[in-house]
Structures are given as structure tokens and as C-alpha cells.
Design a binder for this molecule. Structure first.
Ligand code: NAP
Length: 252
């Protein structure tokens, strides 16, 4: 049996980096990654089984070119992890944040998903291992966290895309996952720039960090990596939390 091939977006740090490490070391996968920077940690994973490409996922043409390059290199594609994302702008709906900042957010957190799905679907459909897409979503998809309107809306749109894809592409298993409140750079950004959330909302995130209650990235990343290779048809179109019972068999 050949090695599985998985493409991970946003692998320079945080959840995407851990997911890439786990795919390489534990699942013997060949991994293509897209991120704007190739961090020292990503560079340290260099091997014949990793193709780390510098790519802004908001740039449609660059994403198409990078995906084609990855598929040409490894000849197949079995899994897609749609992980790249930003929290900014943290703002109130009626404050003076320009609409352009919302649009940039949606280019990264939503339209990039559509580009990546369109470019990978032909390969995922014909994967003899079974094509799978894991959408790295958030509890924000089903909440109205103050100060996070772009992010809440983008993740809700992500979940809708996942559900719709499951209806349209039954050969591909599509799963949206909530990774928990994870100790990554995104959480640092929330602590540093979260004033528009209001004292209570912002304070809650500061407190979780201070009390050491953030989830370690390797835990949800393992579930994401395993779902990208073994996610069952029963989860097609579903939104699951990394620590739900249905994910137990995919944990480290
Ligand atoms: P992170 O540490 O900030 O990592 C974000 C990753 O996305 C980085 O590798 C970054 O790479 C990449 N990225 C951002 N913009 C990009 C762009 N335009 N083009 C290409 N890559 C881009 O955040 P994280 O916490 O690991 O977040 C990963 C995913 O989990 C996100 O979708 C986030 O919404 C979701 N999530 C996180 C939490 C949490 O508590 N941390 C909770 C729920 C959901 P470059 O900067 O090098 O491009």
C-alpha cells in the first residue's frame, strides 16, 4: 500500500504544524503544506515526504499553482486539512473597522476554502484510500462572541460549506471540527488585541491562559490528522468537537 498524501494549509505554526508533524511521524504520510512563511519549526521537518510551499491562501492563483505542484510531486491526494485562518480583525460590528478588513478576513478564512476544494476535488474523488477534507472550524461557528463578528461569521460559513459539500460530493468525506481553546499564537493575539470583546469575554480567555487551561495543540491536531486519513462516512457533513465521543478512536 502506498503512503497517503495529505495537504495541510497553515502549517507554519500552531495546529497546522502539529498536524503536519503527526502526519509525517505517525501516519507515514507524504505532506504538502501551504503557508505564507516557512518557519524554522516547519523547516526542521524537511524530508522527501514533505513539500512545504510558501503560499498566501488568499491568492487564488498561487493556491491553484501550489496544489498542482504538490499533486505533481506525490501523484495522489487523499486528504485536505483546511486549517489556515486568522482571528483579525477583532472589532465591533458598528465600530470604524473598514469593510476591507472584513473582506481580507473572508478571503483567508472562507474564499480560500472554496479555491482549495475546487483544486483538490478531482484528486480526492479518485483517491483509492478514500478522499477526505477536514475543516478546522471553531465553537465560534455556532456562537455570537462579541468582538469576533468576522470570525464567527466565517466559521459559520465554513460549516455550511462542509455540510453542502457532503451533499454534493458523497465520494469525499467532509468533516468540520472544533479544536477547543488551543494554546497557539492565535490565542496570544486574542489576549493582546481582544479589548473589543469587552472585559468579560476578553477576561475569560486571559484567565484560561493564566490558569493553564488551554488545550495543547498536539491533542486536537492528532484527531485532525487521523480524521484526514480515516474519517468515517458517518461523520460526512458533521461538525464535531475534538473531544466528542465520536472522535475518541482518533485521539493520540
Ligand atoms: P496560528 O498559530 O495563528 O496559526 C495559523 C496558521 O495559519 C499559521 O500557520 C499561518 O501561517 C496560517 N495562515 C494565516 N493566514 C494565512 C494565509 N493568508 N495564507 C496561508 N496561511 C495562513 O493559529 P492556530 O490556533 O493554530 O489556528 C489554526 C486553525 O484553528 C485556524 O483556522 C483557527 O481558526 C482554528 N482554531 C483555533 C483555535 C485556538 O484556540 N487556537 C480555536 C478554534 C479554532 P503564516 O502566518 O505563515 O501564513
Amino acid at each position: 500500500m502506498r503512503n497517503p498524501v495529505v495537504l495541510v494549509t497553515g502549517a507554519s505554526r500552531g495546529i497546522g504544524l502539529k498536524c503536519t508533524e503527526i502526519l509525517l511521524s505517525k501516519f507515514n504520510a507524504q505532506v504538502i503544506t501551504l503557508s505564507r512563511t516557512i518557519s524554522p519549526e516547519l523547516k526542521a521537518l524537511a524530508s522527501d515526504n514533505l513539500l512545504a510551499l510558501e503560499c498566501d491562501v488568499a491568492d487564488e492563483n498561487k493556491v491553484k499553482t501550489a496544489i498542482a505542484q504538490g499533486i505533481e510531486r506525490y501523484h495522489h491526494l487523499d486528504g485536505l486539512v483546511l486549517n489556515a485562518g486568522v482571528i483579525e480583525p477583532i472589532c465591533r460590528i458598528t465600530d470604524d473597522t473598514p469593510l476591507s478588513a472584513w473582506r481580507t478576513h473572508f478571503e483567508i478564512n472562507f474564499f480560500s476554502l472554496v479555491t482549495a476544494i475546487k483544486a483538490t476535488a478531482p484528486s480526492l474523488r479518485k483517491s483509492e484510500l478514500g478522499g477526505r477534507i477536514v475543516f478546522v472550524s471553531s465553537g465560534a461557528a455556532v456562537k455570537g462572541i462579541a468582538g469576533w463578528a468576522p470570525y464567527n461569521s466565517g466559521k459559520a460559513a465554513m460549516n455550511a460549506l462542509c455540510r453542502t459539500l457532503a451533499e454534493e460530493e458523497p465520494e469525499i468525506v467532509s468533516i468540520a471540527i472544533r479544536p477547543g481553546i488551543v494554546d497557539t499564537a492565535m490565542q496570544s493575539s486574542i489576549r493582546e488585541n481582544g479589548a473589543p470583546m469587552g472585559d468579560e469575554g476578553h477576561g475569560g480567555f486571559v484567565r484560561l491562559h493564566r490558569e493553564g487551561l488551554l488545550v495543547k495543540a498536539e491533542l486536537p491536531s492528532h484527531v485532525i490528522a487521523a480524521l484526514a486519513l480515516k474519517g468515517p462516512k458517518t461523520l460526512n457533513g458533521q461538525f464535531v468537537s475534538w473531544d466528542d465521543d465520536v472522535c475518541k478512536e482518533f485521539m493520540a
